[in-house]
Design a protein around this ligand. Structure first.
Ligand code: IPE
Ligand code: IPE
Ligand code: MG
Length: 246
């Protein structure tokens, strides 16, 4: 793939921490939820663009476990945006051979929202070429704790049946995470100026390249996305090794 005449290596899996919606709205004297609405539009545009650029896995951080303590008004606005996005846009995603996966605990969400998300996932095409993950009520720590508790239950079952407990490998442990079967995230982009992960993909980000920008998410257009791809492409990913000849 070419960006401004430069041949780039496109990351297979991109994650985006979509931050800055509230500040974008405040600058315009609008309610916070107007910022979230603008953010959803941006997210749709970026997903199409990422797919065109050759990204295979695209994961967006929409709502963290910590965000669940925001005001009822803000959460209701976010749930409405999720309802309308998953009613209107999911068929278009399938038409583009995209599969949906939800990362996070759906149980505390309003029942109809949880149901819509579940349906979007199970009705996804089996032969998808693009994988769109929505992290909703997601936290990296909660995800790891859930895996540990599942592992303990499996060990208990093994003990009852007289088998020794399984020893986990990186791969078999990953099978207990929401991202089971997916490649690790290669590039994490965070908009909105903060330089932290805020509990996003803690296990999967072990060797992710991190890209931080002050641009607020509703202003993060496809040109800004390409800047992140170009920056990623120029990084030297060594994974703890040294380059041959050094
Ligand atoms: C990120 O934008 C989206 C969610 C957390 C739902 P924020 O709502 O955190 O926006 P700022 O950081 O207040 O600008
Ligand atoms: C991270 O943004 C979560 C999402 C973008 C969904 P926050 O605005 O919640 O993060 P902090 O509080 O600044 O770390
Ligand atoms: Mg924020």
């Amino acid at each position: 793939m070419d960006i401004s005449g430069e041949q780039v290596k496109v990351p297979r899996h991109v994650g985006i921490i979509m931050d800055g919606n509230g500040r974008w709205a405040r600058k315009r004297l609008l309610p916070r939820n107007a910022g979230h609405r603008a953010g959803v539009q941006r997210m749709e545009e970026l997903a199409v663009h990422a797919q065109e650029m050759g990204v295979e896995y695209f994961t967006v951080y929409a709502l963290s476990t910590e965000n669940m303590s925001r005001s009822k008004e803000e959460l209701d606005g976010l749930y409405n945006l999720i309802r309308s996005y998953f009613s209107k846009s999911v068929d278009e995603l399938y038409r583009r051979h995209a599969a949906v996966r939800i990362l996070g605990d759906m149980a505390p969400l309003p029942g109809d929202v949880a149901e819509k998300l579940y349906e979007a996932e199970v009705n996804s095409p089996g032969d998808a070429t693009f994988h769109f993950q929505f992290a909703i009520n997601y936290g990296g720590r909660a995800e790891i704790l859930r895996a540990v508790n599942d592992a303990a239950l499996l060990a208990h079952r093994d003990a009852l049946e007289g088998r020794p407990p399984a020893r986990y490998t990186d791969e078999s442990f990953h099978d207990l995470l929401y991202t089971k079967g997916m490649p690790d995230v290669d590039l994490i982009i965070r908009t909105g100026g903060e330089e932290r992960l805020s509990n996003f993909l803690l296990y999967q980000a072990a060797y992710a390249e991190l890209y931080f920008t002050d641009v607020l998410f509703p202003d993060f257009d496809t040109g800004e996305f390409d800047k992140a791809l170009l920056d990623f492409s120029r990084r030297d990913r060594r994974y703890g090794k040294i380059r041959p000849g050094e």
